[in-house]
Design a protein around this ligand. Structure first.
Ligand code: IVH
Length: 443
């Protein structure tokens, strides 16, 4: 029993630390998949030993408290998180729980849409004018990011009122996800590298780091975007369903993920659409990490209500991870067809999204330097779409002191010729046109 209490306390501590790195510092140390595993392990232990579950356990909490550097904004209705499911069974169980709770033998209709990998915000419109915008924070209190949100071109400062159409309510609190498109993220990082600034690890961190700026003149230069997918308080809500609500938001000039929000009349259709989105995952110009399933009828949402951390009426179907954590056994150099030397990390094999990965590119010596990657390091590895797996970052807290710095060879490991660096190039090359690696590649 003591061991279990110890384990629960360790897991809670680790999750709190990772929450801080993710939500406060916008610089997570581990992959989302690893975080989800820690979280699930704690949920499972607390389920088995409820008497050992702490009242302030991170499994009952959302996000992290707001940073003192921002003014605090109290949410009128808590901004919650979502319960995760990782497979079809998760969806069937969710539908089963809902129908049991409602005492409903008929099928329940769901609205399903992509889960955007960004950060949640709430924007308050009073009499059609944007007055306050905040981050989710710990769910009850968020950070005031009004000036920063106002720099996002697709967020209207004033809502549209069309003739003969329902007016926006006097008070409209909309919620949604602020994110950065992949191409914009790439461009931002290229620019940062050129200026000698540290790049962002992924579009989510870039979006969070850009929005949570004390100086909105920094935010204005960052290509942020937003999708609305929910609401807080609304005066006289005159809608029956989530879907109608989304259409209304769109009419008022707010951006919703319209072509990808689909109504599914039963859980079978939900499953099919979740798989469809997952298959198309790489075709979206922004990163998505799952699908969100919501009961469409708002009266059913109200009857289902919420638990401490998440509503009963919605869930996230999480896609297979694209990042995992593993260890670098050694770093070796590959010579390509054009003579370019690419440092490659040989890994302890790890499964990422159903494929075993044992090598990952380190791109070039500058990248090794920048990320300070060493042999023996524990690293986050990413395998997304058809792209070659790459080392994203080092988990520095796992350093033991036994890691070895890697030095690029001065001579080609294949033919032994001297290695040169062409002016204005980051890559090192073997310039011997007869190098077997190059000849082999050319064939
Ligand atoms: S609905 C009660 N819809 O995922 C919360 N959330 O892991 C209702 N998210 O906190 C949220 N895309 O920040 C919803 N289409 C979407 C979403 C979405 C991304 C985020 C949101 C939420 C988190 C939960």
């Amino acid at each position: 029993m003591n061991d279990i209490a110890q384990k629960i306390s360790e897991l809670s501590e680790a999750i709190r630390r990772h929450n801080r790195m993710y939500y406060v510092l916008d610089d997570p140390e581990i992959s989302d998949a690893e975080y989800d595993r820690l979280f699930r392990e704690l949920v499972e232990l607390e389920r088995q030993y409820p008497e050992l579950a702490a009242p302030d356990s991170p499994t009952k909490k959302v996000g992290a408290p707001p940073q003192k550097t921002f003014s605090a904004v109290q949410h009128t209705i808590p901004m919650l998180s979502l319960e995760n499911g990782f497979n079809d069974k998760g969806l069937i169980d969710f539908d089963g729980r809902i129908r049991k709770f409602l005492g409903e033998s008929r099928e329940v209709e769901y609205a399903v849409e992509p889960k955007i990998d960004g950060l949640a915000v709430e924007i308050v419109y009073e009499k059609g004018l944007l007055t306050v915008a905040s981050t989710r924070g710990d769910g009850s209190v968020g950070e005031d990011v009004t000036a920063n949100i106002k720099t996002i071109l697709t967020v209207p400062l004033k809502l549209t009122q069309k003739e003969n159409r329902p007016l926006p309510p006097d008070l409209l609190e909309v919620r949604g996800e602020v994110y950065m498109e992949r191409a914009a993220f790439q461009k931002l990082n290229d620019g940062r590298l050129q200026k000698g600034l540290p790049p962002f690890a992924n579009p989510r961190n870039a979006a969070a780091g850009s929005l949570r700026q004390l100086d909105h003149r920094v935010t204005v230069k960052r290509p942020l975007n937003m999708f609305c997918y929910g609401f807080g308080t609304i005066t006289n809500p005159a809608f029956d369903t989530y879907y109608e609500m989304m259409l209304a938001l769109q009419e008022w000039g707010l951006r919703v993920n319209r072509p990808h929000i689909r109504l599914c009349r039963d859980v079978k259709n939900v499953m099919a659409y979740c798989h469809e989105i997952e298959e198309k995952r790489d075709q979206f110009p922004y990163e998505i990490d799952g699908a969100v399933i919501k009961t469409n009828r708002l009266d059913l949402q109200a009857r289902l209500g919420t638990k401490s951390r998440s509503p009963r009426w919605a869930m996230a179907f999480k896609f297979k991870p694209t990042q995992e954590t593993t260890r670098i056994r050694k770093i070796a150099v590959q010579v390509g067809r054009t003579g370019v030397l690419t440092p490659v990390a040989h890994l302890e094999p790890v499964e990422i999204g159903g494929v075993t990965v044992s090598r990952a590119t380190l791109h070039n010596p500058d990248e090794i330097e920048r990320k300070d990657v060493r042999e023996g390091d524990t690293v986050v590895v990413q395998r997304a779409g058809d792209v070659i797996p790459e080392v994203v970052k080092v988990v520095s807290s796992k350093r033991t002191g036994d890691e070895k710095k890697f030095v690029m060879p001065s001579h080609c490991p294949v033919c032994g010729s001297a290695i040169l660096r062409r002016e204005s190039e980051v890559a090192l090359r073997c310039e011997n046109p007869l190098c077997p690696a190059q000849v082999r590649g050319a064939l």
